[in-house]
Ligand binder design. Structure first.
Ligand code: FAD
Length: 314
């Protein structure tokens, strides 16, 4: 039987998130017919973007007033129903906060286990995934269908633009919950690139010692580099920055071209989030700090002195 792969699109503000294109690449590696499902109140713009991704057979635009705000309790029954009606052999979503929220519910509704965080495809039912905070890679094989899997974004390049696939308006017959309703969302508006997809990231650690110092030392360097800002868990736990900026095992897993770790010791839980970064630059006053073992470039010294100097020279 040939594979029929349903990719759940992640989008916000009428724009497709690049994470979806990465899940499509994973779908290409599995091989088969790829369909992208766009759930929205009016998903025309997002569906149009999704249709341009290479290797996509068609885009299913599921417009419903209830899909105005992405809520997993509302989306999951629709994804499960759509997967059943399309005869999907695979249901994929990015391993982002969105995918991690929606897909376990989909798996439960379909009565199958979820394969989390696939990072390599050996066969349609055989995948590599990280375990022990990324310190070991395990190869898993699933014998059930459909295969419901989140895709580790740092492990797959985004699918490029291809010929435009058809967009089909699709109705889904699913029972939507009445016990969950959207109340509101609080999020920062920022011109800064998204931490999970940014090409450059500057992260600060406990050494920054305060939120004010984060603003004073990390932000100017990030501005100069056009970079997103991240943080260690210690910096988050100390209240210097909000926890959506945390990089690592229990934060975001990222794969930028350039990663600055400033005043970060390099604990394994932090390194788990930056394993796929291309070039790592560490600034730390302790020459024995573990971060230097994986850094490509290192500056030993006081960040409060080095950062303004470095920023000034850029
Ligand atoms: P520290 O380890 O305190 O390091 C601070 C560094 O700054 C030191 O190396 C020091 O030499 C340097 N320094 C101090 N002053 C200066 C200065 N003036 N100039 C230059 N350098 C200076 N951590 C994460 O980051 N992400 C996670 O997702 C995460 N998940 C975890 C999950 C679990 C289950 C557990 C148990 C831990 C997790 N942690 C995580 C925490 C992790 O173990 C470390 O405690 C944390 O990463 C340390 O943060 P840090 O490097 O900022 O602080």
């Amino acid at each position: 039987m040939s594979n029929r792969i349903l990719v759940v699109a992640e989008h916000a503000g009428g724009k497709l998130n690049v994470a979806t294109a990465k899940a499509v690449t994973a779908g290409q590696k599995i091989g088969g017919e790829i369909e992208i499902a766009v759930f929205a109140a009016d998903g025309a713009a997002v569906a149009g973007e999704a249709a341009k991704l290479a290797g996509v057979a068609r885009v299913l635009q599921v417009d419903h007033a209830a899909n105005k705000d992405a809520m997993s309790a509302v989306l999951a029954p629709q994804v499960a129903a759509l997967a059943k009606s399309r005869g999907s052999t695979h249901v994929l979503a990015p391993g982002s906060t969105f995918g991690k929220d929606v897909l376990p519910r989909v798996a439960a509704l379909l009565g199958v286990p979820q394969v989390s965080d696939i990072m390599n495809v050996h066969a349609a039912n055989r995948f590599d995934r990280p375990t022990y905070a990324g310190n070991a890679i395990v190869t898993v094989e699933t014998t059930v269908s459909p295969v419901v899997a989140t895709v580790r974004m740092a492990s797959f390049a985004a699918a490029v633009a291809g010929a435009a696939a058809p967009v089909e308006k699709t109705a889904v017959d699913a029972k939507l919950p009445t016990h969950t309703r959207y109340v509101g969302i609080e999020s920062h508006k920022s011109e800064r690139p998204d931490l999970q997809s940014a090409g450059r990231v500057v992260s600060g650690g406990r050494a920054l010692a305060s939120g004010e110092n984060f603003q004073k030392y990390i932000v100017p360097l990030a501005d100069k580099l056009g970079a997103a800002i991240g943080a260690s868990r210690a910096a988050v736990d100390s209240g210097y920055v909000p926890n959506d900026m945390q990089v690592g095992q229990t934060g975001k897993i990222i794969a930028p071209e350039l990663y600055f770790a400033v005043g970060i010791s390099g604990a394994i839980q932090h390194l788990a989030g930056i394993k796929d970064a291309r070039t790592i630059v560490a600034i730390n006053k302790d020459p024995e700090a573990p971060i230097f073992e994986i850094a490509d470039l290192g500056l030993v010294g006081d960040l409060f002195q080095l950062l303004p100097e470095l920023t000034g020279k850029l």
